[in-house]
Design a protein around this ligand. Structure first.
Ligand code: V0D
Length: 247
């Protein structure tokens, strides 16, 4: 029996994570190891992305968030940044119909206004065309930084208090969460980070407070459905007590 089939039998299908967050790391290193240009790694990473989205949709994961581009990624060589900024459009051109057919709703977490105009345009159109879909939520963290997100939320709340629209007593974890990019999305239950790094790298700092973390040495282009199921199985085996005591 294949590893995939055995994992399918081990998994408790009534206890899937409601939200899985994934850092798509290792594309550049994958390419470099093969003697290819880094952008070849991003292309390969895109194929993995499509495969994992389609599989997650089949097994009915309610929310998926992918870290596609961080606020720190602007420091990469300009030609790599330019290449990356064309990928949202490329992805949308090839996948939008597929998303619509599968009732998938696209969302974006990050500073969209800081993206090139052409990227913004493609993204906004796709958001609009899928906004009524009620199935899986596919969230891309694009031009995203966790600390920046928290500061934005603080500013928004401070402005409301100043305007008299909100009182200091109303500031709590729930109202704060509603000022983040991920407002109305359940926090991730599981974070997956391939490619050997064991850091959060400014990703969903607030939202990952209680998440189970799964790391692996595999580079993102080599990540398979089997790895996803391994991460889910691992998540299910761990105690989820939120610091309390299991009774
Ligand atoms: C490159 C591997 C899809 C990781 C996947 C600009 C690195 C391919 C998107 C995408 C990237 C973003 C928004 C959207 C639809 C698709 C994407 C970037 C990089 C950064 F609405 N793949 N992808 N965005 N890569």
């Amino acid at each position: 029996m294949s590893e995939l089939t055995s994992l399918m039998q081990l998994i408790d299908w009534n206890n899937l994570p409601r939200h899985i967050a994934i850092i798509m790391d290792g594309n550049g290193r994958w390419a470099t190891q093969k003697g290819l240009p880094r952008i070849a790694g991003h292309r390969a990473g895109m194929e993995t992305l499509k495969k994992i989205i389609s599989f997650s949709c089949e097994i009915k994961i309610p929310i998926l968030t992918f870290y596609a581009f961080s606020t720190e990624n602007w420091r990469r060589p300009p030609q790599e940044v330019n290449f990356l900024m064309r990928l949202p459009h490329e992805y949308i051109r090839s996948e939008l119909q597929n998303l619509i057919d599968n009732n998938i709703r696209l969302k974006m977490s990050g500073d969209i206004e800081g993206l090139p105009q052409h990227t913004q345009k493609a993204v906004r159109e796709a958001l609009k065309k899928t906004e009524k879909n009620s199935g899986m939520i596919l969230n891309f963290a694009l031009n995203y930084g966790g600390r920046k997100e928290i500061i934005n939320a603080v500013r928004e709340i401070a402005a409301k208090v100043k305007q008299g629209e909100m009182s200091v007593d109303e500031i709590n974890e729930d109202t704060f969460s509603q000022s983040l990019y991920t407002a109305r999305l359940h926090d991730p239950d599981l974070l997956i980070r391939p490619s050997g790094e064991m850091r959060l790298s400014n990703f969903l700092l607030w939202q990952l407070a209680y998440a189970e973390l799964w790391f692996s040495d595999v580079y993102w282009p080599d990540f398979t459905e089997e790895h996803l199921l391994q991460a889910i199985y691992n998540y299910q085996k761990r105690d989820r007590r939120y610091g309390g005591i299991e009774l």
